[in-house]
Structures are given as structure tokens and as C-alpha cells.
Ligand binder design. Structure first.
Ligand code: NAD
Length: 253
């Protein structure tokens, strides 16, 4: 199994739970991983996929793409969208060789929040240069905080349209996303450290069921999506968010 972002937070929890039950895990991250690589660049993504495929002997049973950044800059587009879809595309031949392959990515409740439509469209067109150019403009206009939401919406939409293609469904590979609410990891801890930050988060992402989640809550959902019990669930964005989406969007499905 390949887990990106394995050095911290949700990726580390996922890799840890998988290893504890006996799976072999190839972690990919900027540091403290079997494959040390930078998913923010096309070269880094290719190098990461090549190294992960080699470490897996050419056959990859499952991929959990957890690496991400909350930076209100173009880095969100580089890592959270292109760093996921290009990495998964490059690993797909290895998945197709497995007996029961599966893949899952990590979107976010932020995918339902204000975003930059131009950036999302450029992502959908797989035009990274254009997406980054628009992202820099968004930052210059003072809306850098929209870029994280844009990356996660673009990623959820990629899952929806890609899962049914011959390369994925046709090759027997379920492809899904989990969309967490607030998860207590190093990504969010600085914001949760102040009363003001907590209040901001709780207003934006209300979680009536059990409140902020530990990373294991997301890891368990990812692991089910990647397990042999999942034969028919594909193309779904599964909100693991303590009821935030149901609170914010009501009966909309
Ligand atoms: P985290 O910061 O604890 O872990 C993210 C990991 O990704 C780190 O180990 C980091 O080194 C790695 N990473 C970042 N940029 C990278 C790059 N260029 N190349 C390779 N690896 C890179 O954060 P987390 O909360 O565990 O986040 C995991 C995923 O969950 C992310 O995609 C994040 O957007 C998403 N998410 C998190 C929350 C939350 O509240 N924490 C909510 C919704 C979605």
C-alpha cells in the first residue's frame, strides 16, 4: 500500500493502522518516509511514483493520497490537486496489476466553501501553468484563502469524473475521496491553539457529532475504502465531518 503524507497527521495515522494490521506500507513525504519526494512539482511527482512503484515491485494494491498543505498560496494547487492527480495517474499501471486495487484521496469540507472558479476550471483542464497563474492573481487580490477550497473542490470533481473511466472503473479500481471536517493534526493545531481561532473554525465547520476529529477517524474511513469489502463504492466524496456538511448544506445531496 502507498500512503502519501505518511510523516504526519492523517497520512501517519493511516500508515500506522495499516502497518499494525500487517500491511506493507510505502510512505511518501517530504521527510521521514520510505520515498522522500516533493509532490509540488511535475518532476517530484514522477520521481515519487517511480520510486514507489519500484519499492512495491511494480504492483500496488492500494493508494491513500493524504499529502496536502493549507497554505493560502499556489502551493495548495500544486500539492493538493496536481500533486494528487499526477501521482495517481503515474501509479495507476501498478494498481492495474494488483488483484483487487483501490485508491482514495483526501478532499475537505472546504470543497463546499468559497473558491475561485477560474482556478478550479484550469485544474479540470489539467493546465497547471494557467491554474498557478490564476492562483497568483487570486493571492494578489487578497483571496489566497480561496485556493485551499479550490484545490479540494477540483480534487473532488476529478474523482467524480475519473472514477467511471475505462482506466479506473474499467480496470476494476474504485476511486473515492474522504472529506474531513476539522481534524486535530499539525496542519490545524496552530489555529486551534487560540480561542479566536477555535471560534472561527467552529463557525465555519460546526461538528455536532463528537466535535473535532482525531486523525484515526479519517484513517479508518480511508482504510475501509481501500479494503476488499469495498467492491462497489466509487466516485463518492464521503464526508467524515461530525455532521458539518449536513449542518451547512441541509438536505442537499
Ligand atoms: P499534516 O500537515 O499533519 O500532514 C500533511 C503531510 O503532507 C505532511 O507530512 C507534509 O510533509 C506532507 N506534504 C506537504 N506538502 C508536501 C509535498 N509537497 N510533497 C510531499 N508531501 C507533502 O496535515 P493533515 O491534517 O494530516 O492533512 C492530511 C490531508 O487532510 C491533507 O490533504 C489536508 O488538506 C486534508 N485535510 C485536513 C483537515 C484537517 O483539519 N487537518 C481537514 C480537511 C482535510
Amino acid at each position: 500500500m502507498v500512503v502519501t503524507g505518511a510523516a504526519s497527521g492523517i497520512g501517519a495515522a493511516t500508515a500506522g493502522l495499516l502497518r499494525r494490521r500487517g500491511d506493507e506500507v510505502i510512505g511518501v513525504d517530504l521527510h521521514d518516509a520510505e520515498v522522500v519526494a516533493d509532490l509540488s512539482t511535475p518532476e517530484g511527482r514522477q520521481a515519487a511514483a517511480t520510486a514507489a512503484l519500484r519499492a512495491a515491485g511494480g504492483v500496488v494494491d492500494a493508494v491513500a493520497a493524504c499529502a496536502g498543505t493549507a497554505a493560502p498560496t499556489e502551493a495548495s494547487i500544486r500539492v493538493n490537486y496536481f500533486g494528487v492527480v499526477e501521482f495517481l495517474d503515474a501509479l495507476r499501471p501498478g494498481l492495474a496489476r494488483a488483484a483487487a486495487p483501490r485508491a482514495a484521496v483526501v478532499s475537505s469540507i472546504s470543497a463546499t466553501q468559497p473558491h475561485d472558479a477560474g482556478v478550479v476550471a484550469a485544474c479540470a483542464g489539467r493546465d497547471e501553468e494557467r491554474a498557478l497563474e490564476l492562483a497568483r492573481k487570486t493571492v494578489a487580490d487578497g483571496h489566497g484563502q480561496w485556493l485551499y477550497a479550490s484545490s479540494k473542490l477540483a480534487l473532488a470533481r476529478w474523482v467524480r469524473r475519473t472514477c467511471v473511466t475505462p482506466e479506473w472503473a474499467g480496470a476494476g479500481i474504485p476511486l473515492n475521496a474522504v472529506a474531513p471536517g476539522v481534524v486535530v493534526t499539525p496542519m490545524i493545531e496552530p489555529l486551534l491553539a487560540t480561542a479566536e481561532g477555535r471560534e472561527l473554525m467552529d463557525r465555519a465547520v460546526p461538528m455536532p457529532l463528537h466535535g473535532h476529529a482525531p486523525p484515526e477517524a479519517i484513517a479508518h474511513a480511508l482504510i475501509w475504502l481501500l479494503g476488499p469489502e469495498n467492491t462497489h463504492l466509487t466516485g463518492q466524496v464521503v464526508f467524515v465531518d461530525g455532521g458539518a456538511d449536513a449542518t451547512l448544506r441541509g438536505e442537499e445531496i
